[in-house]
Design a protein around this ligand. Structure first.
Ligand code: 5GP
Ligand code: ZN
Length: 113
C-alpha cells in the first residue's frame, strides 16, 4: 500500500528496531515508547481496521496472537503485558495499518483498563 508507513517498514524502506519477523508479521520497537517496553506487532498484509479485514487477513492476525506470548517472553515480559489495538480516530489510531501494541516492562496503570 502506497504511503503507508508500516508497509514501508515491512518492505525495509524505513528502518526499524526489529524484534521478530516471519512470513505473517513484523514486530519492532515503537519509535515513541509509552512504556519501558513498547513494541508493535504488525501483520504483513495491509488493512486499516478489523472492519476491513478479510478471512485470509483474519487468519494472519490469529497467527500474530498465537506468536505474541513467545515474543513477550523473549522481551522479558514474564510478569505480564498489555495489548492494545486502536480502531479509528476516536481511539487515537494514527497509522491506518492494523497493529497490536505490546506494552510492558513495568506495572501498567489502571486508569485505562
Ligand atoms: P496508533 O496511534 O495508530 O495506535 O499507533 C501508531 C504507533 O506507531 C505510535 O505509537 C507511533 O509512535 C508509532 N510509529 C509511528 N511512526 C513510526 C515509525 O516510523 N517507526 C516506529 N518504530 N514507530 C512508529
Ligand atoms: Zn500498510
Amino acid at each position: 500500500m502506497e504511503n503507508c508507513i508500516f508497509c514501508k517498514i515491512i518492505a525495509g524502506e524505513i528502518p526499524s528496531k526489529k524484534v521478530y519477523e516471519d512470513e505473517d508479521m513484523l514486530v519492532f520497537h515503537d519509535i515513541s515508547p509509552q512504556a519501558k517496553v513498547h513494541c508493535l506487532c504488525v501483520p504483513k498484509s495491509h488493512f486499516a481496521t478489523l472492519a476491513e479485514m478479510d478471512e485470509v487477513q483474519a487468519n494472519q492476525l490469529k497467527r500474530c496472537f498465537e506468536k505474541i506470548p513467545a515474543i513477550a517472553k523473549d522481551l522479558g515480559l514474564e510478569n505480564g503485558y498489555r495489548l492494545i489495538i486502536n480502531q479509528g480516530q476516536d481511539a487515537g489510531q494514527t497509522v491506518f495499518h492494523l497493529h497490536i501494541h505490546i506494552l510492558g516492562g513495568q506495572k501498567m496503570g489502571e486508569k485505562m483498563l
